[in-house]
Structures are given as structure tokens and as C-alpha cells.
Design a protein around this ligand. Structure first.
Ligand code: GUN
Length: 302
């Protein structure tokens, strides 16, 4: 039986630490940290994520607001609201919730966010800082995964890691962070030949493929560490049952073989939110004269 890398528990510890940090700096700053989420359209999953982010902000003392544009909003309208948030002194962090409607240019919108307020770490300047190993705001999901791995005492030095998925949101920054921790990283994607073979070589698997149950028992080596970034709604099989959630890994089959695994839900998801809060507090402290700390220290005693 694998040890579960418990994102819910670690996120709770992060929240407690951030709440204390906000209370400590509030008098000096003169205002609480502020996060603005820009949502465009009616993607139902985005609605759930945005609500969770706002609730988490409330728990730690971050003032959050949601700017919700209709699916028909123009590029100019969204750009204008980002510019207003850039100029708003009470707003420390800005996040453009993805995905956005196809007629909009995500690249240009992310570029418009003030890099000092880019709490998603998706501005080219922050991605460049990540690549160079310089301090800066880091992408939330991979940063959350690094914290979970540290918390689970997973030694990364020299291990063979496979990242499945090469998005800017998760796969690409994840690969860089793991390399910076001295793992030997292979990036797999939709065009990778014999993905099962690649998986079997890996001592650490980070799966962000967006395909429910992709990784099965005969794809993994015993003792593997499995991080599942996927989250999919499974409709109820019969009336009266509730929908459930599953990841990109066929959990029931892989869990008995793994040494460590992240559950879905309760693994990576809560850590993404915790890192968003962390980044917002970092941005707030920096705007009040502090420095950004990118080192993510596990907060639980082992
Ligand atoms: N959509 C799903 N996850 C995320 C995230 O971490 N950030 C943004 N901006 N959009 C998302």
C-alpha cells in the first residue's frame, strides 16, 4: 500500500502559516493582501475552481474579488480590466482563470498582467526567472507538487522522473523545477512513442495528460512515486448515486504498487490553491517593501 501524499493536510498547514504571516504584517502594510481573479465565460469547472480560490482567500485573510466577463467579451474589454487591476493599489495578485474562450488570445492577456502581480507565474518574465533559477513568482501547481514531494521526504537527486504533459501551466514548469532539484527528467506528450515503456522506466511519475485513468498497473514499476494532476468528473452509474472524481491514473490498480501516490481529490488540487495564496502573500509583502521568497519549505514535522 502506497503512502498518500496528503495535499489537503499540507494545504491546511500552509493556510495556518499564511494567516499568521498576514496578521503579523498587516499593521506595517496598512491593508490586507488582495487577489483578483479574471474569469471569462461559463466553463463549469472554472466556476468551481474560482469559488474554491475565493473561499481559501477568505480563510487566511486575503481580500478576493472576481471579475466575471461574459463568454462574448472582446480582447480589448478583458485587457482593459487587467490594466485597471494592474493600476489598483489594493490588488496584489491577478489571475486569469484558464481555459478562456477560443476567440481570445491568452498569450496577450497573460503578457498584460503586471509581473509583480502575476501570482500564477505565467508571465514570460516569471517563466524566464524560473528557467534561470532566479527568485520570482512560480506556477502554482508545480510549486505545490514540489512542496508535497518535500513533505513526503522524496529524494529527487538523480532519480528518473517522467512528466506526462507539456503545458505552460503544469508540464513545462514542472520539468524545470524537477531538473533544478537534480532529477533526470523526461518529458512525454501526445506524440510520445510507447508511453507505457517510458512510464515503466520512471521512479517518479507526474501525470498531467488530461486523460482519465491513462496510467494503469502494468505501466508502472513497483515503488514508483506517482503524482496525479488530472481531475475528471465521473458521472453516476445509476440514479440516486453521486458523481465522483478521478485522475489521470487508474488509482485502484496503481496504488498497491506505488511507494507514494497523490489521491484525487485531496492531492495536488488543494496544493495549487495553497500556492496561489502563498504567491499572493509574497506579492503583497514585496509590494510593501519585502522580498519574494521562492523556497518552499515543508511545514509539517516529519
Ligand atoms: N485552470 C486550471 N488550473 C488553473 C490554474 O492553476 N491557473 C489558472 N490561471 N487557470 C487554471
Amino acid at each position: 500500500m502506497a503512502k498518500h501524499l496528503d495535499g489537503r493536510l499540507l494545504a491546511t498547514r500552509y493556510e495556518a502559516s499564511l494567516r499568521a504571516s498576514i496578521a503579523q504584517h498587516l499593521a506595517t502594510a496598512g491593508y490586507p493582501p488582495g487577489l483578483a481573479v479574471v474569469r471569462i465565460g461559463e466553463d463549469p469547472a472554472s466556476g468551481v475552481y474560482v469559488r474554491k480560490k475565493a473561499q481559501a482567500c477568505g480563510r487566511v485573510g486575503i481580500r478576493s474579488r472576481i471579475t466575471h466577463h461574459p463568454a462574448t467579451a472582446s480582447q480589448q474589454e478583458v485587457l482593459e480590466s487587467i490594466r485597471q487591476l494592474n493600476a489598483d493599489p489594493s490588488c496584489d495578485g491577478i489571475l486569469v482563470q484558464l481555459p478562456i474562450p477560443a476567440h481570445l488570445d491568452a498569450r496577450q492577456l497573460l503578457l498584460a498582467v503586471d509581473p509583480a502581480k502575476d501570482v500564477d507565474g505565467l508571465h514570460p518574465l516569471n517563466l524566464g526567472r524560473l528557467m534561470r533559477g532566479e527568485p520570482g513568482l512560480r506556477s502554482c501547481t508545480p510549486a505545490g507538487i514540489m512542496a508535497l514531494l518535500a513533505q513526503g521526504c522524496i529524494a529527487l537527486e538523480g532519480i528518473r522522473a517522467l512528466v506526462i504533459g507539456r503545458s505552460i501551466l503544469v508540464g513545462q514548469p514542472m520539468g524545470i523545477m524537477l531538473q533544478q532539484a537534480n532529477a533526470t527528467v523526461t518529458m512525454a506528450h501526445s506524440r510520445t512513442r510507447d508511453l507505457a515503456h517510458q512510464c515503466r522506466q520512471a521512479e517518479l511519475l507526474v501525470v498531467a495528460a488530461g486523460k482519465p485513468g491513462l496510467v494503469r498497473a502494468d505501466w508502472v514499476r513497483p515503488g514508483v512515486v506517482v503524482v496525479d494532476v488530472g481531475i475528471h468528473r465521473v458521472p453516476p452509474r445509476q440514479q440516486g448515486e453521486r458523481a465522483t472524481l478521478c485522475g489521470d491514473v487508474y488509482f485502484a490498480a496503481v496504488e498497491p504498487l506505488a511507494s507514494h501516490i497523490t489521491p484525487v481529490p485531496g492531492g495536488v488540487g488543494p496544493m495549487t490553491v495553497a500556492m496561489l495564496l502563498w504567491n499572493t502573500v509574497q506579492a503583497w509583502q514585496q509590494r510593501c517593501g519585502g522580498v519574494v521568497r521562492t523556497v518552499l519549505v515543508p511545514l509539517l514535522p516529519h
